[in-house]
Design a protein around this ligand. Sequence first.
Ligand SMILES: [Zn+2]
Length: 366
Amino acid sequence: MTRTPAALHFPFGEAVPQPGGVIEVAPGLLWLRVAMPFALNHINLWLLRDRLDGLEGWTIVDCGLGNATARDNWEAVFAQHLGGLPVLRVVVTHMHPDHIGSAAWLTERWSTPDRPCRAWISAGDYFSAQLAMSNDADAGGDRAADFFASHGLLDPQAQTGVRERAGYYRRLVPTLPSQHVRLLGGQVLRIGDDDWHCVPGYGHAPEHISLHCPARGLFIAGDMLLPRISTNVSVHNLEPEGDPLTLYLESLAMLGRLLPPQTLVLPSHGLPFGGAAAADGQGGAHTRIEELVRHHAERLEDTRQACRRQPTSAWDLLPVLFRRPLDLHQTTFAMGEALAHLHRLWLAGELRRERGSDGVYRFSPA
Ligand SMILES: [Zn+2]
């Protein structure tokens, strides 16, 4: 993830919810924020006033990591901000640990013998999460280390670091909901008095679902559209010939066609942006989408130039795309992103790849 400058409208200024607190961003829609122990140091979560099976209550959108910080924050919010009403369901935009980590705890916390509180999530992300609990192929362990080695990450210390990171997902997501309600792109959820459309997005997670309420001009973006950092788009070991950057750019184009300019975008990281002040098309979703498209076009051009100079591996591309020191965690993310740029050009026929006698794939003009 890299920083890009933005001239966006932030209707709530720099205000952010304090631990245990909320900000009402629209009637019946509460924003809370939970701290995380990473460079990306927080996640935004949402509560929507709802009614399900005749019962008044709330719907949660996204959960936080499966840790005490998230649980304590939720308990403080439950005690002060639900008006005595229960949580009726938990919508999870995608399977990443900061979004799904506390889902099992939340759904158990609010289930009663006659009324289960369910996790609502796409099938792609529910089953990918189940797989990630038992399979270390992506985030760490031997297969991830071998995959990164085939793209040039041969440094012994980094190799050891990736091998020792087996079980990474399980440490952040102690348990998953044992059942789910399937969300599908195009489906409409009735939440309270409003229709929210499930908008599928690709390239960041298997089957990410954002929520759009056209009547109220609200878009709960998840990780598909973020104001300051660019969404992580990575090739992973489980799908080693994947083309996630093409999928992500197609999803951005779709969002550009879908969202009216004055939409208030509620992202998982950073500040809500857009809204009425962006009605002229400036400072909202469209400005951000154009920036992100430009950002990736520039990175793709850097990638082409590097491959013209000499056959280039993902590892060789890191100093070209990321002009700053990276720790191990950032290095593996950056490797996945570098590969996403190489693969878009390779699978479009602009580049070819060859595996050297050292086992490393290098890309050059086709
Ligand atoms: Zn994510």
